[in-house]
Design a protein around this ligand. Structure first.
Ligand SMILES: NC(=O)c1ccc[n+]([C@@H]2O[C@H](COP(=O)([O-])OP(=O)(O)OC[C@H]3O[C@@H](n4cnc5c(N)ncnc54)[C@H](OP(=O)(O)O)[C@@H]3O)[C@@H](O)[C@H]2O)c1
Length: 180
């Protein structure tokens, strides 16, 4: 069974959201998110999977959802009405892992957990979580949602040089779970 990767952007105090929206506009991070999560069909890669919490799904602008070129999955313990037919609903992270990480039909490529806070808190503790792609923004925003502490099993294996956009300094970082 394959593992999944968490992808998130955090401010200097691990803030990730405010009023069910992102606290910042960072086009380089949007491009990074797309580049990381989009399969390369020209290389014959299967479509990747994006797993998100119900509130994150609701936060996406109508014209951007489902996030195109990737298989969108929304987690909710309840009923979800009005989901497009191409979008799947799972009732727990385990259900989603069994469906998309086990993937016995090899229909899907990589699996990403894309937020928000409630789902990150559960996903980072899950044994199938093998990597974290984090955008680290070196400013502090007014936030009401936060990324959880990174367990000691994860080690930073790469980070880019700092970049600047509209006065914001940020870098991209990759953590991998240590193999025991
Ligand atoms: N900076 C970033 O990278 C980033 C990325 C994504 C989102 N965000 C931000 O994060 C905020 C949203 O986070 P949030 O914590 O409020 O909401 P969330 O995690 O997106 O959604 C929470 C809801 O999803 C469902 N859910 C979550 N985990 C589940 C699980 N393990 N099993 C079953 N259902 C599960 C539940 O739905 P039910 O109540 O229906 O059961 C829960 O109430 C927004 O501000 C958004 O902009 C930031």
């Amino acid at each position: 069974m394959k593992g999944f990767t968490i992808i998130a952007a955090c401010d200097a105090r691990s803030g990730i959201g405010k009023n069910n929206d992102l606290p910042w506009k960072l086009s380089a991070d949007m491009k990074h998110f797309r580049d990381c999560t989009m399969a390369r069909h020209d290389r014959g890669e299967a479509q990747n999977v994006l797993i998100m919490g119900r509130r994150t799904w609701e936060s996406l602008p109508e014209q951007r959802k489902p996030l195109h070129g990737r298989h969108n999955v929304v987690l909710s313990t309840g009923e979800l009405s009005g989901l497009p037919s191409s979008v799947d609903h799972c009732r727990s992270l385990n259900d989603a892992v069994m469906r998309y990480c086990a993937d016995e039909g090899h229909r899907y490529g990589r699996v990403f957990v894309i937020g928000g806070e409630q789902l990150y808190r559960c996903a980072i503790q899950h044994p199938s979580c093998e990597a974290l792609y984090l955008t680290m923004i070196e400013s502090v925003y007014d936030c009401d949602r936060y990324f959880p502490p990174i367990p000691s099993a994860f080690r930073e294996i790469a980070r880019t040089a700092p970049m600047i956009e509209n006065g914001l300094t940020f870098f991209f970082s990759e953590f991998k779970r240590d193999i025991p």
